[in-house]
Design a protein around this ligand. Structure first.
Ligand code: PLP
Length: 390
């Protein structure tokens, strides 16, 4: 039988959110008459915006007629959507992106993982800690060396050579943003040290702060060193229908000979058949009909929940690093409990499901994450339950 990739055996037994889901099911089975409030996984709860639904209907009509029917999409998505992305997400911020630099796909998670196919194993990557666990797992699978940057905000880049730095802003799990000045330091570091940056801005649409960036390409020369991942999962509530895109600038040249863009295109052409036409058309219709207010309404709804939670924890003198620029609230566990003990404490005492901070890395130990993605009613009820005894 073929040998397996032994690196898989180096992964933790289960993916963080799979374990939480198991615990949730166990709790529900054993506590049938209790109402559990789930503020753990970052998944949207509001219906799709009407203009996206309208887009799906139009796409169905197109597919129902011979003249407008379309089959396999290009492996990096259709130009009709790329043109809108350029106009609305980049030109509006004076950033010039070429059509061929955009790769539309079903998910940022898969692009973030699959991008590593382009590099040899055993490279060294620097990750924020705490961090979105997908970066860790995908690098373990690949057999890469991981260096953790625990003091990212004081700009202490690792001393050894780093091949790829992952930056996630607004951050999952802490909800923090990065100042433009600090991000420039990372870009300059990458330019000087021949390092690539993976910039994940899955929560870009939640930014309220003026002194941060929506795109890493707002920083001069970032197009020479940075790849940007953007997802419609949280921006447009597309976690069910799936859609995301990745910018791979043509200016990134590896070993003075090959553009990363051409390699990623080759990868996409070989392994993927492009995103679903229905999802693409849904988002196209939102852009085309200028219905950003619908997206914003949903985002504001989640931000209101986040704000309620942040204010509540502050009022209880519970340390929270979160600003209201993301749907996440990151708190220090009560009485120095460890993350998993606090997880069970919250579950048993308040029937609230959150995410143990240690699941996001060593520095997450002693912390806990709640999301603003619940319903407003559930968020308010969660606060009422906690306010008595937390
Ligand atoms: N990046 C971060 C930081 C995330 O938190 C998530 C999802 O939770 C993703 C990427 C994944 O996005 P997608 O749904 O497009 O795979």
């Amino acid at each position: 039988m073929a040998n397996i990739n032994n690196n898989y055996l180096n992964l933790k037994e289960s993916y963080l959110f799979a374990k939480i889901s198991e615990e949730k099911q166990k709790y529900i089975q054993n506590n049938k008459n209790k109402k559990l409030i789930d503020l753990s996984i970052g998944d949207v709860t509001l219906p799709l915006p009407p203009s996206a639904i309208e887009g799906i209907k139009k796409a169905c009509q197109n597919l129902s007629k011979k003249d407008t029917f379309t089959g396999y999409p290009p492996s990096s998505g259709h130009n009709f959507l790329k043109d809108e992305i350029i106009k609305n997400d980049y030109l509006s911020r004076n950033i010039s992106i070429d059509n061929s630099e955009i790769f539309i796909g079903d998910s940022s998670k898969s692009d973030i993982c699959n991008m590593l196919d382009l590099f040899e194993s055993n490279i060294t990557v620097a990750l924020q800690d705490p961090v979105y666990p997908v970066y860790v797992d995908s690098n373990i699978i690949k057999g890469n060396n991981i260096v953790y940057m625990t003091d990212i905000y004081n700009f202490l880049p690792p001393k050894k050579h780093i091949d790829i730095i992952y930056l996630c802003f607004p951050n999952n799990p802490t909800g923090k943003v990065i100042s433009k000045e600090l991000l420039k330091k990372y870009v300059d570091y990458a330019l000087e040290n021949n390092t690539l940056i993976f910039f994940d801005s899955a929560y870009e649409a939640f930014i309220q702060d003026k002194n941060t960036v929506h795109s890493i390409y707002e920083i001069e020369n970032a197009k020479k060193v940075a790849i940007e991942f953007r997802s419609f999962s949280k921006t447009a509530g597309f976690t069910s229908i799936r859609l995301a895109y990745t910018i791979v600038p043509k200016d990134i040249v590896i070993n003075n000979k090959v553009t990363l863009n051409s390699l990623f295109k080759r990868l996409k052409d070989t392994k993927y058949n492009g995103p679903s036409y229905l999802s693409e058309f849904a988002m196209y219709n939102v852009y085309k009909t200028n219905n950003f207010n619908e997206l914003q309404e949903n985002i504001n709804y989640y931000l209101r929940n986040t704000k309620l939670l942040v204010n509540f924890f502050k009022s209880k003198n519970i340390t929270t690093s979160s600003t209201v620029n993301s749907p996440y609230v990151w708190i220090k566990c009560k009485d120095n409990m460890n993350s998993w003990n606090f997880f069970y404490y919250m579950l048993d005492k308040f029937m609230i499901l959150g995410t143990p901070g240690s699941g996001f890395g060593k520095s997450g130990e002693g912390h806990f994450r709640l999301t603003g993605f619940g319903t407003y009613e559930d968020t308010k009820e969660a606060i009422e339950r906690m306010s008595k005894e937390l």
